[in-house]
Design a protein around this ligand. Structure first.
Ligand SMILES: [Zn+2]
Length: 164
């Protein structure tokens, strides 16, 4: 089991960030995602791991969002891994919509990345063309497909009304 001993929380003006005390190479497993405490709703200490489940993630709740992140949360394998080579002392960040369908507390992103999505509110509020450029977990893909199918059904029913 990969522990979180290599990670430390930095607090500056009440703003928390998660720092790594060691370097990682791309693809390396950094730690496991804890699953001891599950909820059926998102809060600021949880990560969504399936359509119905949100897990309290301990230290990992200090991970900030980035539109060009350096880590990936894989909710199938329940691990956090390096998306690229990471230096010792670097702040870790992940793409929140890769796990979160609809966030409890949306915010404006100021990450400055050329592909910045600006409004971070969860995957359901992003166009497919934006999402497909990011690592997405299975439950997010499934929920996106459901949403698209429902939209299609809705459009089909509208079409029926128009045709009449
Ligand atoms: Zn951004």
């Amino acid at each position: 089991m990969a522990s979180m001993d290599t990670l430390t929380i930095k607090t500056e003006n009440k703003f928390r960030s998660l720092i790594t005390k060691q370097a990682y190479s791309k693809g390396e497993v950094i730690c496991d995602i804890p699953t001891e405490k599950l909820f059926d709703k998102a809060n600021r200490y949880t990560v969504q791991i399936s359509q119905e489940k949100h897990t309290e993630v301990g230290k990992l709740s200090a991970l900030n969002h980035s539109c060009d992140p350096n880590v990936i949360l894989d909710t199938d394998r329940l691990i956090m891994l390096a998306r690229r080579d990471i230096d010792k002392g670097e702040e870790l960040s992940f793409f929140y919509p890769s796990t979160e369908w609809e966030m409890d507390a949306p915010f404006i992103c100021l990450c400055g990345a050329s592909n910045c999505i600006h409004v971070v509110a969860g995957a359901r509020f992003l166009p497919l063309s934006t999402l497909e450029n990011h690592y997405l977990n299975r439950h997010i893909r499934e929920m996106m497909i459901e949403l698209l199918n429902n939209t299609e059904k809705h459009l089909t029913s509208l079409q029926v009304v128009v045709d009449k």
